[in-house]
Design a protein around this ligand. Structure first.
Ligand code: CP
Length: 304
């Protein structure tokens, strides 16, 4: 299918459908009594997280365990990175140990590509800077398809910090490849330069973002990426850009709420929708394991 999985750009509809179908099978399996297999027995997957993570890292590691692969988890904070070892040298060291694949998250856009160009083993991007988070987009796609039975013809609104969001960029690619329309709405300070050229419709009002929409995706306010204050306060952000029950009444009848997590509770998502049935954030987390199993299997079995 592919050696590496670095971004959604360039991934075809057919490849996405293959991964989604495989993930469906993986999800069924996780829910069954026989959730462990030995399909990737003998394989070692290294996880290199240069940036914090709960969902992505744990779900990749769970996915390995469900498939019988061993996990080598590099603790960057206590590794030789702290002695000045470069990213490429670290990756080559991991490869030299006989590791079969690297899963990497890095704060610098393009870091996974640099690693992929330097080693012969597959590299999976678990989120790089502002660039891409392709496995998040894959689980989002799975969540939408699971709920609606299709993606084509649906409208997904992404609301929030588009400028700093690798999740938004990857979702624009994958959702439009599958035939959905993507709308975005954000404070002007949170829209990137050149947004008009991206695969989305820019909404001018919050009502425009909700009306006719099937899935509303909130994005976390990323304080760690903001150089300066891009909005006055959390309270004002919530008032003007938050997803709440009243605004959800404007969306289509069976509309769902999504959020990649972690959520700033009461900010991107109001308390009145956080635990509502239409809020799929926990299902997204569950789906993250299934899609990462499908991806690891596709990449590592291909290598075999
Ligand atoms: N959605 C996401 O990437 O979450 P983590 O940062 O917890 O991995």
């Amino acid at each position: 299918m592919f050696k590496d999985f670095l971004q959604m750009k360039g991934v075809t509809k057919r490849q996405l459908e293959t991964l989604l179908s495989s993930a469906e099978e993986m999800k069924r399996r996780i829910k069954s009594k026989d959730k462990f297999s030995d399909e990737l027995k003998g394989k070692i997957v290294a996880t290199l997280f240069y940036e914090n993570s709960t969902r992505t890292r744990t779900s990749f590691e769970d996915a390995c365990k469900y498939l019988g692969a061993a996990v080598a988890s590099l603790d960057v904070a206590t590794s030789s990175v702290q002695k000045g070892e470069s990213l490429v040298d670290t990756a080559k060291t991991i490869e030299a140990m006989g590791t079969d694949a690297i899963v990497i998250r890095h704060s610098v856009s393009g870091a996974p590509k640099l690693v992929a160009d330097s080693v012969d083993i597959p590299v999976i991007n678990a989120g790089d800077g502002l660039h891409a988070h392709p496995t998040q987009a894959l689980l989002d796609l799975f969540t939408v398809r699971e709920h609606f039975g299709k993606v084509e013809g649906l409208t997904v609104a992404i609301i929030g910090d588009i400028k700093h969001s690798r999740v938004a960029r990857s979702n624009m690619e994958s959702l439009t490849t599958m035939g959905a329309t993507v709308k975005v709405f954000a404070p002007p300070t949170m829209l990137p330069m050149g947004i008009e050229r991206m695969k989305c419709v820019v909404c001018r009002t919050i009502e425009e973002a909700f009306v006719g929409t099937d899935a509303v995706m909130g994005l976390r306010i990323q304080l760690e990426r903001q150089q300066t204050g891009l909005f006055p306060s959390y309270g004002e952000y919530s008032r003007f850009f938050g997803i709440n029950a009243e605004r959800m009444k404007l969306a289509n009848k069976s509309a769902i709420i999504m959020h990649p997590g972690p959520v700033n509770r009461g900010v991107e998502l109001a308390y009145d929708v956080l635990d509502a049935d239409c809020c799929r954030k926990d299902e997204q987390v569950a789906n993250g394991v299934a899609v990462r199993m499908a991806l690891l299997k596709a990449i590592l079995e291909e290598k075999k």
